[in-house]
Ligand binder design. Structure first.
Ligand SMILES: Cc1ncc(COP(=O)(O)O)c(C=O)c1O
Length: 375
């Protein structure tokens, strides 16, 4: 059996081991000084004034929508080409996710024109996803949100380090939400972060993250508070210091990891350009330079060819995936109108292995196999 090539893998070394050991030795494991330090460092990195770390990006999205006061009767326009958490987090508040189509298979980002057509009297927010690490058309989405008085949220789970001409992902929405899940570009195991310039939204998100309590355990530990009141019905979305410590180490490594991801995507793109019959890579080499290159999507000519490639890859020990099964097709969200471009894309897309520790020869192995299957 040949070597297994995983879809993704975190880049950890002794620095992460040491950081976690330091937290364990300190005796303070939940939200505390390292969390505050990571919030500061990460928000600065993405060009935002404040960071609110949470236990996951799903929790961060829920905090964002709750802080925006969404509730039953409200609608939020979201892409269907995303992980289900984007829509679930809207639904947690009682609001309804309304699904918009993507631009095209070459640009699989939520289409501002599709968003425009869905805006109605109940619409309260637009939440876009920088799919695969490529920043959505925030100029068009901002124009729409300003014109209709809507909040604009970035689901930036894929995109720490991504940017557009307007600035980095994380600085372009009213609130942006990042994921540090194990397969992401910056890994803390579980974990997420809201970034925002809006002091009032940040205050609400901090409050809701810790049960709606006016003082946290860390405040009490430091003698900054002896009691507390509960002034809103909040949640336990606290991160741990273990995750924050990992985040600080990973943030230092992020520029180098990003550079390697871009090299690997460049190698895939060039290789696949030589075998157009296998499929094409969305976006462009120019956009790769602005992307966080989170995943490596390939669009095959047909659903059958996609499934054939996936089966051959599995036989060869190469892990692949599909990003995504369209969220509007899931039972829990029925009934829904068709989204033809999203459905076509999802039927033909295959995600190839991509992570900073991959060797060039790993990319060549995938390319060689795919060229052979389609020969
Ligand atoms: C686009 C998107 N949004 C949200 C999430 C949820 O992130 P988490 O696992 O940190 O809750 C993910 C995770 O896969 C994602 O890809």
């Amino acid at each position: 059996m040949s070597d297994q090539l995983p879809l993704s893998a975190p880049s950890f070394d002794e620095a992460e081991v040491q950081a976690v050991a330091d937290v364990v030795r300190s005796g303070w494991l939940t939200m505390g000084p390292r969390t505050a330090q990571f919030e500061q460092a990460f928000s600065t990195f993405v060009g935002s004034k404040h960071g609110v770390m949470a236990s996951s990006c799903t929790a961060a999205l829920h905090l964002a929508f709750a802080a925006l006061d969404l509730g039953p009767g409200d609608e939020v326009i979201v892409p269907s080409l995303t992980f289900v958490a984007t829509a679930n987090a809207v639904a947690y508040t009682g609001a309804t996710p309304v699904f918009a189509d993507i631009v095209s298979p070459e640009c699989p980002l939520m289409d501002p024109e599709a968003v425009r057509a869905l805006i109605g009297p109940r619409t309260k927010a637009i939440c876009t996803v920088h799919y695969a690490g490529y920043v959505a058309d925030m100029v068009a989405l901002r124009a729409l949100s300003d014109a209709h008085g809507l909040a604009l949220v970035e689901d930036a789970a894929h995109s720490p380090g991504a940017r557009s001409a307007e600035g980095p992902a994380g600085s372009l929405g009213d609130i942006s939400c990042f994921s540090f899940f194990s397969n992401k570009n910056l890994v803390t195991g579980e974990g997420g972060m809201c970034t925002s310039d809006d002091e009032e939204l940040v205050r609400r998100m901090r409050l809701l993250r810790a049960h709606g309590m006016t003082a946290t355990s860390w405040d009490r530990e430091r003698g900054h508070a002896s009691g507390y009141d509960v002034i809103e019905r909040g949640y336990n979305y606290r991160p741990s210091e273990l995750e924050a410590a990992l985040g600080l180490v990973q943030l230092d490594k992020l520029p180098a990891m990003l550079a390697r991801r871009r090299e690997l995507v460049g190698r895939y793109r060039l290789g696949l350009e030589r075998t157009p019959e296998v499929g094409f890579v969305p976006f462009s080499a120019e956009l790769d330079e602005m992307s966080s290159c989170h995943i490596m999507p390939l669009v095959t000519p047909s659903n059958e060819e996609r499934d054939r490639l996936r089966a051959a890859a599995a036989d060869a020990g190469i892990q692949t995936s599909v990003h995504y099964q369209p969220v509007h097709s899931f039972k829990v969200f029925q009934p829904q109108a068709a989204l033809p471009i999203t459905e076509d894309y999802a039927a033909r897309e295959v995600t190839l292995p991509l992570y900073p520790a991959m060797a060039d020869s790993d990319v060549d192995r995938v390319l060689g196999l795919f060229a052979m299957v389609n020969a």
